[in-house]
Ligand binder design. Structure first.
Ligand code: HEM
Length: 451
């Protein structure tokens, strides 16, 4: 199930009738065209986020900033709104309540967020760099000999998965269970069994770390004075895993697309990090990985920027539209970090520095490891994933002169080996996994997107 739908349009009389649709291929093919059309409404515009489900889209930079900073008037907890939409509403898996920091307000939020912030503060940059470099080396060894790849699936999304397994201290047997559970959910073979397997995997990780804490985010979260229960641990791990992998992967592929196709970022790509940092800034401004995800729920009917925001209607924040607000168009983007791609206010992404560093190192390693890489299709032919939440290509085919490293496993063309998952207990001796990384990546991302 995706936010995209082939369902019929809402009938006349339905509050969503005639509204601009934020789902489907049309929106995905040209979201900026949609934002441009919506700007005639001002800083907020009425839209439909799923068939028959109306919402207000916040598209003005100033209005978005004001809302994000005012967490007394605009809440993150969707519980009340959720009661008004059908249980099978396709956006519910993404927007429905879960007891984690993202959907919490006030003191509950402060406690959960504090635990996340303090745990990531214990991670030093050198360690993160080592995890990213090792993960990149692993992936490049497999991709290199082929001379072609789908960089979106095989590198941009795969790398954060490998990094996160190390960051969270996830042993390979437990990773496998998590993978298998997630895959099962989406292959819809036996959803109940798959759900149970996923929950079991995450709870096993929690139990494993309670018994054998290590130098990893899971253990640091547990040791935090907030004293998270096992259930709270599971929910925070889920939001970190689900909410981290997808945007980090899309940040990598978004910047790579610019580096490979946009003259402003051309030049000697292997010659340093300047074009990479510039491309990251540009993508965070113009095509932020989380495009239209954060939602806020007004505590009462609120007037803002000349618009009435009804209490019973979610206001979806368009980071993509706010960042490209024509009233800010004259501002220099490269080196300017005033974009809203990481959010703002009390829910500002707590992992933004690490997220950017992961993307930056991943790109550096990729461009160094596979020199002379080029897109295998014209950039305008890249297909975008439907759905309003994330900005991501379906795939990103590239070609490059094959690179053989001495350690690279011998493979048949198009028969890549099952992917080793790093084991925090033996990080240098990865274990082959029958389920494979691609399956994990697909599962994690589809699960988080609500497919
Ligand atoms: C690399 C690209 C990333 C982007 C563009 C991004 C963007 C964002 C945005 C826009 C928000 C605010 C949501 C809101 O206001 O409701 C957010 C929150 C959050 N992000 Fe990120 N993020 C990224 C990476 C990560 C990573 C790698 C992690 C975890 C490992 C992460 C964990 C979180 C969490 C837990 C929150 C909720 C914080 C709260 O509610 O207090 N993000 N992120």
């Amino acid at each position: 199930m995706t936010a995209e739908s082939t369902e019929p349009a809402p009938p006349p009389g339905c509050p969503a009738h005639g509204l601009v649709k934020m789902y489907g291929h049309e929106f995905a093919a040209d979201p900026h065209g949609t934002y441009a059309r919506l700007r005639e409404h001002g800083q907020f515009a009425p839209v439909e986020i799923a068939p028959g489900v109306p919402a207000t889209l916040a598209i003005g930079y100033d209005a978005v900033l004001e809302m994000l900073r005012d967490d007394r008037t605009f809440l993150n907890n969707p519980s009340e709104w959720q009661k008004t939409v059908p249980p099978d509403c396709p956006v519910l898996p993404m927007m429905g309540y879960r007891p984690n920091a993202l959907f919490a307000d006030g003191t509950v939020h402060a406690r959960l967020r504090g635990a996340i912030l303090d745990s990531f503060a214990r991670l030093d940059t050198a360690t993160l760099r080592r995890y990213v470099e090792r993960s990149a080396d692993t992936l490049l060894q497999w991709i290199g000999p082929h001379g072609q790849a789908d960089i979106q699936g095989e590198y941009a999304m795969a790398l954060p998965v490998l990094v996160f397994m190390e960051l969270f201290g996830c042993p390979s047997d437990i990773s496998e269970k998590i993978v298998s559970g997630m895959s099962g959910i989406f292959e819809a073979i036996d959803a109940e069994k798959a759900n149970a397997e996923l929950a079991e995997g995450i709870m096993e990780l929690v139990a494993h770390k309670r018994a054998r804490p290590g130098e990893d985010i899971t253990s640091w979260l547990m040791a935090h004075p907030a004293r998270l229960t096992d259930e709270e641990m599971a929910h925070q791990l889920t939001v970190l895993l689900g909410g981290g992998i997808e945007p980090a992967g899309n940040l990598i592929s978004g910047a790579l697309r610019l580096l490979l196709s946009d003259d402003r970022f051309a030049g000697d790509l292997s010659g340093g990090s300047v074009p990479i940092e510039d491309a990251l800034d540009e993508v965070l401004w113009t095509d932020p990985p989380i495009a239209n995800y954060a939602a806020r729920y007004p505590v009462r009917d609120v007037e803002l920027a000349g618009h009435l925001l009804p209490a019973d209607r979610p206001v979806v924040i368009s980071f993509a539209a706010a960042n490209t607000d024509p009233s800010k168009a004259g501002e220099q983007r490269v080196g300017n970090r005033a974009h809203l791609a990481w959010g703002a206010g009390p829910h500002l992404c707590p992992v933004r520095e690490e997220g950017r560093l992961i993307a930056s190192i991943a790109l550096e390693k990729l461009l160094d490891g596979l020199p002379d890489m080029e897109l295998a299709v014209p950039v305008e032919e890249l297909e975008w994933r439907p759905g309003m939440f994330h900005r991501a290509p379906v795939s990103m085919p590239v070609r490059f002169p094959p690179v053989h490293t001495p350690e690279a496993p011998k493979q048949e063309h198009n028969a890549r080996p099952v992917t080793p998952m790093p084991d925090s207990r033996a990080a240098h001796a990865p274990v082959a996994q029958p389920s494979g990384l691609r399956r994990l990546v697909a599962s994690v991302t589809r699960w988080w997107r609500g497919d």
